[in-house]
Ligand binder design. Structure first.
Ligand code: ATP
Length: 200
């Protein structure tokens, strides 16, 4: 998956709509302290479904909404749109297609997601990125302090990173779903057996 474009509106310090085109190859973000470099990386993690306000350096998720300054009022919503080129394994010519994911948060209303124009759940977004071997917790998104965290990681945490890199973490979510459905079906079968034995 290749990230091509990032659009931010009202996200942290990006109060005015900002659009960044990310070209192939290495991209560097430079600027003075506090200009919003880390906010950009956080915007990528947030649109990929980050659910921990702490890892967004906030107390609650609404803290990602522009909080206002002495000269500008606070905003009521924040929105991040990410466009990525996604490899389609069984596409006609093994081609790639564009994927646009949008996450929006409104004060008092929580987050909503859209993928290519359709309303989707947070879980669907996590699966889309997990299948593409990336996501909000991908080791490829290296924020400050992450290197030492990787060095100090426990074996189970390292395994999780390797599974993410291999693109199989989505399978764990699907396995959990399948196990839940299986348990529900088994419980329905037992109820049916009971009803049948009462009818005999
Ligand atoms: P450094 O080089 O020091 O690491 P940086 O360029 O990575 O800095 P960030 O940490 O991305 O900068 O941005 C910090 C700025 O974002 C601060 O000025 C902070 O006030 C602003 N900021 C963070 N959250 C919000 C918010 N909800 N509303 C308005 N501004 C915010």
């Amino acid at each position: 998956m290749q990230i091509k474009r990032l659009k931010l509106t009202g996200f942290k310090s990006f109060v005015e709509p900002a659009e960044l085109h990310i070209l192939k190859g290495l991209t560097g973000i430079v600027g003075p302290n506090g200009c919003g470099k880390s906010n950009l990386l956080e915007a990528i993690r947030w649109v990929m479904g980050e659910s921990s306000p702490k890892s967004m350096r906030g107390g609650g998720m609404e803290d990602v909404i522009f909080a206002g300054t002495s000269t500008r009022p606070a905003r009521n919503f924040a929105e991040v749109a990410l466009t990525a080129e996604q490899y389609v394994p069984d596409g006609k010519d093994g081609s790639a297609e564009d994927l646009e994911v949008i996450r929006r948060i409104e004060r008092g209303a929580g987050s909503a997601y859209r993928a290519n124009g359709r309303d989707v759940r947070a879980k669907d977004i996590s699966l889309i990125f997990a299948d593409a071997a990336t996501g909000a917790h991908s080791p490829a998104l290296v924020s400050q302090g992450k290197i030492s965290a990787i060095i100090a990681a426990k074996p189970a945490e390292r395994r999780q990173m390797l599974e993410e890199a291999a693109g199989i973490s989505g399978l764990h979510v699907r396995r959990k779903d399948a196990e839940q459905k299986l348990r529900a079906a088994e419980s329905n079968l037992s109820k049916l057996d009971l009803i049948l034995s009462e009818m005999e």
